[in-house]
Design a protein around this ligand. Sequence first.
Ligand code: SOE
Length: 380
Amino acid sequence: MKKLNVGLIGYGFMGRTHSNAFRQVNKFFSLGYEPVLKAVCARDEAKVKAFAENWGYETYETDWRKLIARPDIDLIDIATPNNSHAEIAIAAAKAGKMILCEKPLSMDGKQGAQMVKAIEKAGVPNMVWYNYRRVPAVTMAKQLIDEGRLGRIFHYRAKFLQDWTISKDLPQGGAGLWRLDVKAAGSGVTGDLLAHCIDTALWLNGSIANVSAMTETFVKERKHNLTGKIEKVGIDDACAFLARFNNGSLATFESTRYARGHKALYTFEINGEHASIAWDLHDLHRLQYFDHRDESKLRGWRSIHVTDGDQPYMKNWWVPGLQIGYEHTFIHQVADFLAGFDSQTPAHPSFRDALETQYVCDAVLKSAQTGKWEKVPKAK
Ligand code: SOE
């Protein structure tokens, strides 16, 4: 097996999911390449050292530029807050490194386009961590749609609900809470949560033509952890939008961090001419499927437990009926990236795919301001 030396930047929640994926992938997937945990990079030396020891990184750095300059690093993995993705990715592309980047790709579409330009000019393999595509039930939804089982698609309905920012005493900024700081995150639920829904939707149902959105910031001021001052909140706490897909289907999307009782309720439902499918992250191994062509006396929603060896990814895990979880989606994504690199068939979503999501997010935020329908520019 050929070695591929990984340099991870950032050691938060996502740094952990990626590190776990790099460590596990070759134990379960037969691949031509093996990621080696060469170095992890973050500014706090004591913490980055402890992270390196815990996950088995051979070395650590406290300056990402030094990491990128290292000749022993093949792949840069960006798991930092959104406002640093562009600078790191462009520098890594110039250094000829392969690049994996956390979602959302960038702060906005303009910045994302600069990243895509740099990556494509350098011709380096790249991928963005929209992990939910690799939930076996979601991958199976894609297969069912591509097989034409749903027929013409009429409706797409998605939501992503959480409830962790309701308290007005929760500060913004700094570790963990940078998602509430517009300067670090770019936007609120639109870039953090709806970006997942949009990525899946573009993959399953094609491109979006235009959108009409509304957003709200329920808590207008919060203490900033870095300045210690009460500052205006610049993110969207909630967002709902209507969309028209280019295939003629209609969609509704909703996200909030103010839905008491919901922790990470990502759901979608797609209604087609012949069949419908529905999926729910809180029950992630199940795909609900209704087919109108079934014999009428037996017709009804089937709850498919996607754990069989002939269903996506599952032959690599346990025995039929036994489940896998959230962390496995990242393992699948690394497996696909490595297999794609080996066979020269790039894995998705690429930076360019993720730019399309970014353009939808931009149009959503613009529409919320203008109060008008906004067109989504083409990324491809
Ligand atoms: C936010 O709470 C968050 O962690 C997102 O940043 C992730 O992308 C999402 O998968 C779960 O929720």
